[in-house]
Ligand binder design. Sequence first.
Ligand code: XMP
Length: 516
Amino acid sequence: MLDDMSDSDPSFPLIDERTGRAVLELVRGCTFDDFLFAPQRSVLPRRDPSAIDLSCKLSRRITLKRPIVSANMDTVTRAPMAIVQAEEGGIGIIDRGFRPGEIEPQVREVEIVKRTQHGVITDPYSVWPAATVADAMALMTRSRVGTLVVVDGEHRLLGLLTERDVRFVDGSRASVSERMTPIDRLVVHRGGPLTPEEAERLMVERKVKKLPLVSRDGRLTGLITARDLVRQRRLPFATRDAKGRLRVGAAIGATGDYLERAAELIRAEVDVLVIDIAHGHSAVMDRAMREFRKHFGQVELVAGNVATAEGARFLLDLGADGIKVGIGPGGGCTTRMTTSFGVPQLQALVECRLAVGASGVPIIADGGIRRHGALAEALVFGGDSTMLGSAFAGTEEAPGEIVHKSVLLPESQKTVKVPFKVLRGMASIDAIRDRLDVEDADKVELEALGAEGMEISVPARGSARTIVRDMLKHLCSSISYGGASSLAELRSLFWADPPRFLIRQSASARRESYER
Ligand code: XMP
């Protein structure tokens, strides 16, 4: 598995200036479907995602083992999507499509992700020994946790209380201390930190499913559960924080309640914040990022969207830890149609890649990936990672109700009911209306809304997990065709000699490639 892989540097390689400028000239006005890569001599024995290093940088301080990010759209990423993405090695960014003042629902989504899995639970739910069993049971129900730690006033471990200890007990009479398993009958780890492997060995040896950790003076420092260890082993590529919890991001916007929202999300231990506005190269962004840094110092911050070298340099100078690139390529987006502004995504990626240069600030290629093959292009031309929205719309983990629509089958001329979910651009009129408190909103403000997004019905399909896994298999095949053995190597080979790879497609070649 991971150990078999070459441990390549996940950073994007530095591009020689002359080569960069030549490629930029070639891709000006172009996007994914304008190019193919010429197949190279393959060196991989098998195209197995578990054996190929796909790691990349999301932001300055966060590395992903898989280069996939689910978009901060209210029909794409809430906790269920973010959990699947992080379990599969990418990350989800929880959208901010909640009304101003409604910060708590977004925070709750982050908390759900952070509480899904642990390495060490550093703040396990606890009760006093003198509490009644009824109190303890109420806490178990509220927190949906079946084991409570029992501590004294100085946080010294006294015992464990599980659901089994309180079954069939008169809760109002019995106290926790009567029913708990006291510390002298528990397996406890005392002293310094424990690796997951050491914890697993100890738990197997002593046949326990819970392992409390205490300091030398008996104070509780954490709890390790067999369930969490099993999950860690089953998901070796998952994106985890230092405490073994899944990582998650959240979007905050650049006006209104964004600072308050950021403060609450940081309190919930969100891993990265995303200031995300349609036009990130703007005075609004300038003010928002300066205010953000003034309030929150070095919290990991991705900013966007931009699509030009000037835009990328602007965000770099403002201290972004990651830059989201893409103006107008998104599936639910109408910016280019309604404004005639935007940059074809391949040109945008090369321009911004050259602009960030050796800064070490990664680029997220955001939008326009409509077929799996475009992933490899986004990741080779300039994206450290890719952000996708429509690709995950309609999946089980995408928010929103399923609606059944009548569809006419052309072959049989029969009408059948097909399940659909809605994908809507975050700048669609409905998404904006939902975000604004329509009751309180200024009438003029509502009338001035210019939509730059639309609503699309997407057939309901299975889990996003299957989609991610398919994408990764195809990405590994791209790496194999490219004569590389890792994502990092594919990028290096390409940028060492772009003409060896690049084939500009004619209109008829494009038809041959994509029309089926
Ligand atoms: P895909 O192509 O994966 O793109 O669906 C997802 C990205 O599209 C952007 N997005 C929008 N852009 N108006 C826009 O101009 C919109 O209403 C809109 N909604 C989403 C966004 O960058 C997302 O990550």
